[in-house]
Design a protein around this ligand. Structure first.
Ligand SMILES: [Zn+2]
Ligand SMILES: [Zn+2]
Length: 853
């Protein structure tokens, strides 16, 4: 072995023994223990002279163990919270458990464990995982939705909603998942299937249900989306579509030759201006009138049943818009109330009962879908809108059909002929209202929120049914209605609570007679609609929370979670906030100022799932690489809003980086104190200046990442660059070229910048640097824009060999950049004017010479 190599090996070995290596486990255990001993470490103050900041991640369902998606979500939130702490804010960063729901019941059946026990054990487990990962939560505010101290307020809110007429009971067709054995809200039906059981078709059943009147807030929920500028546009669009507002007119068509009650067909249209062009009425197969029209007509009934089947199939596939349009003629007629004309009634497979009124007028000349249908079945096509002439002399020819724009004028429309479409809509709606056969209206796709669930593990609905008094609310003083513990759980046969006589049979608080408790429980989305208010005042046993405390903390400054909650949770909680505002409980109109939706984690090109065997367990990663490396990797692999493709080698790479950083910061190579204030007479030399510049550039970049788009992957890349520079400066440091205070400052700042991302290692190094202040509250470093600037040099510009000006460009600029700077120099451009440029000579870093004639 050559002498030189031997020395290198020996030196490396020595270095390893000397500078203790980065031992993630030792460091993380040490700090974990210390943090446990100080429960007030992350505590928020409900009153403070500091500005407040409410940083929140969506609370998990306690399934038993965290998955990597959680780790990513919380790593983003924790980095933000730590950054805000270091910026001097009074930070509220709480955590809780969305702990009611079906999996606990399934576990009760399959593992024979009571849901409560199963849930609380899972919570303990996941809480320990969170602590091990080093997330800085204020556990004194922990919220567990399945405990009576929380769900009693669900019940209290329900009573308030009931008092205000916002909770009501009605019999209705409901979505029923046979696997869940319970009702689903419209929002929980995805492509015709259950949101939990993607392969299970949702059935329709008729049941008595409790509903919350969210539609009362539809207009405001829609309007105020405009104000939510801190929300991703895609989420706002999803909510806008979900609310689905359309302005139009309701028009009653009479069934020809039948004046009996229920013989009116109410049609909803956004284009009443085209009604003289209606050549048929189309009903949804499930429209109530259809049963009557087919009653004595077996062949027709069979055809309609076929349409129902086609519609169901299309719902299964999930795209009713793409259905092949079929219809059947009932050979009955409806009367157009505007002109008394009889038009045929059809039943069509593309008309949905749950949209609008389940009936439309078909105007083939002016609607794409109606045109297609009319062509197929050879129905009459009648033009009633013509393009407007540009000048009165011009003759307008019939437009190509269908002619669907609003830029037109009515023809063949009785007294309304000659009006513009817009004006006609106004006048014709008013006419309908005056004549009593219709009115202008606004409809929404959003439906009232059905909250009854025939399940056990949820909040009992605080209502009673008295034989004498009917529906009776449980008096407020009797809350909470406690969910009984010993219940036999099965996934069929209706509400398990109905089989518990001690629970179900009570005496009526009004008359003392026998009454029956409501045995359905609430949809768990009720729990998550207001949980984040409870964090502000989590131990209050007199009210859901103190209004003044909530006024201090709200709105939430930053909410972070998965985009899958864009509609359900985020619409319900907006509704709940508006209702609480109208009760006078809160002052804010909206719960969340800024929303961030993180990307999914996949592995080997697929979503992590047990069946694919590609699940990465956070516990394994933490055991192998440490919590810091695991967290840092989820932030470094890609921007937080992008999909992350998990690579174990990536975590390994991050661990190596942290090891290198550890060595750089703990390296004790002596540097000599230079003259005076530690600088040479001419100030800092090139390498000292390079370090200073890099340091300020790094602070600038990471600060901007936090304040801007959260591209923490570039923040961490910047940390790596700074670390690499320091690591490569060994010879400079040994030679005394870096002032000692600069080096100390660089290490200190490196640790401060690391703190939001890898808190364990940062705390350890901070202490090793001799710092006494708690790193959590140490001031975030400031950058000096001047020092962060790239180094600049002056370049002389000659014209015909004579020095005429100097231009300043960044060091290392290319020929093109230098030439551009020279040509745009005021003095030079004045000299060039009117001359011919013969030659341009650029010597990068030195000189520009322009030869003019
Ligand atoms: Zn289901
Ligand atoms: Zn009674």
């Amino acid at each position: 072995m050559p002498q030189e190599e031997k020395t290198t090996v020996a030196r490396n070995r020595e270095a390893e023994n000397f500078a203790d290596r980065y031992d993630a486990l030792r460091i993380e255990m040490k700090w974990s223990a210390r943090w446990q001993q100080d429960p007030s470490l992350y505590a928020a103050e409900n009153q403070s002279a500091k500005p407040k900041y409410y940083a929140l991640e969506m609370l998990p369902y306690p399934s038993g163990a965290l998955h990597m998606g959680h780790v990513r979500n919380y790593s983003i939130g924790d980095a933000l919270a730590r950054y805000m702490w270091m910026n001097g804010y009074n930070v509220l960063h709480p955590m809780g458990w969305d702990s009611f729901g079906l999996p606990a019941e399934n576990a009760a059946i399959s593992a024979n464990t009571p849901p409560r026990e199963w849930t609380l054990r899972n919570i303990a487990n996941m809480k320990a995982q969170m602590k091990r990962l080093g997330f800085g939560y204020d556990w004194s505010r922990e919220v567990t939705t399945c405990l009576p101290d929380y769900y009693r307020w669900n019940q209290w809110f329900f009573l308030k909603l009931y008092e205000k007429g916002l909770a009501y009971r009605k019999k209705s067709k409901v979505n029923w998942c046979p696997k869940c054995a319970t009702v689903l809200a419209n929002e929980q039906v995805v492509n015709g299937c259950c949101w939990r059981h993607e392969d299970t078709l949702v059935e329709q059943r008729e049941l008595e249900q409790w509903f919350l009147r969210i539609t009362q807030y539809a207009e405001e929920l829609l309007r105020e989306l405009e104000k939510l500028e801190g929300w991703p546009e895609k989420v706002r669009t999803m909510q806008r579509n979900w609310i689905g507002r359309s302005e139009g007119t309701l028009v009653d068509f009479k069934l020809d030759g039948d004046d009996s009650p229920g013989s009116t067909i109410t049609v909803f249209t956004t284009r009443v201006d085209t009604i003289y062009g209606a050549t048929s009425v189309q009903l949804a197969p499930e429209h109530p009138l259809v049963a009557r029209l087919t009653k004595y007509n077996d062949p027709l009934r069979a055809q309609v049943e076929q349409l129902v089947a086609e519609q169901r199939k299309a719902k299964e596939v999930g795209d009713i818009g793409a259905i092949e349009k079929h219809g059947v003629n009932t050979h009955r007629y409806a009367v157009n109330p505007y002109n008394g004309q009889r038009i045929p009634i059809w039943v069509a497979n593309y008309i949905l009962m749950d949209y609008g009124t389940g009936a439309i007028m078909s105007v083939p000349a002016h609607d794409d879908r109606d045109y297609e249908f009319a062509r197929k079945y050879k129905l009459e096509i009648r033009v009633v809108i013509m393009p407007q002439a540009n000048d009165p002399e011009e003759t307008v020819t019939e437009p190509p059909l269908p002619f669907t724009t609003m830029q037109g004028m009515l023809v063949n429309s009785g007294p309304f002929s000659g009006l513009s479409c817009e004006e006609a809509i106004r006048q014709m709606s008013a006419h309908a209202e005056k004549q009593g056969f219709g009115k202008g209206t606004v409809t929404y796709r959003l439906k009232d929120w059905g909250i009854s669930r025939q399940r056990y593990w949820g909040t009992p609905i605080p209502m009673l049914y008295c034989e004498k008094d009917g529906i009776v609310a449980v008096p407020e003083k009797d809350l909470p209605v406690i969910l009984p513990d010993k219940v036999e759980i099965t996934l069929s046969g209706g509400s398990p609570l109905a089989r518990v006589p001690e629970f179900a049979n009570v005496s009526c608080p009004r008359c003392g007679g026998p009454a029956r408790r409501e045995t359905d429980t609430m949809d768990t989305f009720v729990d998550s609609s207001w949980y984040f208010y409870r964090y502000a005042d989590a131990r209050n046993d007199q009210a859901p929370f103190d209004s003044r405390t909530v006024a201090y903390w709200f709105p939430i400054d930053q909410y972070i979670g998965g985009v899958e909650h864009a509609i359900l949770h985020l619409i319900y909680s907006r509704f709940w906030t508006k209702f609480m505002r109208d009760m006078g409980l809160v002052q804010n109109d909206e719960p969340v100022q800024r929303l961030f939706t993180q990307g999914m984690i996949i592995k080997a090109g697929a979503k992590m799932s047990k069946s694919l065997g590609n699940v990465v367990s956070p516990d394994d990663m933490v055991a192998r690489y440490g919590a810091d490396s695991t967290r840092l990797y989820t932030l470094f692999a890609t921007a937080p809003d992008r999909e992350l493709d998990w690579q174990d080698e990536g975590v390994e790479g991050i661990q190596r980086f942290l090891g290198k950083l550890y060595r750089v910061v703990t390296d004790r190579t002596e540097t000599s104190v230079l003259a005076g204030d530690g600088l040479t007479e001419s100030g800092r030399g090139p390498s000292a200046r390079a370090l200073q510049r890099k340091l300020h550039q790094t602070i600038k970049r990471i600060t901007h990442d936090f304040e801007g788009r959260w591209h923490f992957n570039t923040s961490i890349a910047a940390l790596m660059e700074l670390n690499n520079l320091l690591s490569s400066m060994g010879p400079d440091i040994a030679a005394g070229n870096i002032p000692r205070q600069d080096l100390a400052e660089a290490k200190r700042v490196l640790v401060l910048l690391l703190a939001p991302f890898a808190p364990y290692l940062a705390h350890e190094l901070w202490e090793m640097l001799g710092e006494k202040e708690n790193l959590l509250k140490a001031a975030w470093p400031k950058f000096d824009p001047e020092l962060a600037k790239a180094e600049e040099i002056e370049i002389p510009v000659q014209v015909n060999g004579k020095l005429r000006s100097l231009v300043v460009v960044p060091a290392g600029s290319t020929e093109a950049t230098i030439l551009e700077a020279a040509l745009s120099n005021e003095k030079i451009s004045a000299m060039i004017a009117g001359h011919q440029m013969v030659k341009k000579i650029v010597i990068p870093g030195k000189l520009v010479n322009l030869v003019l004639r």
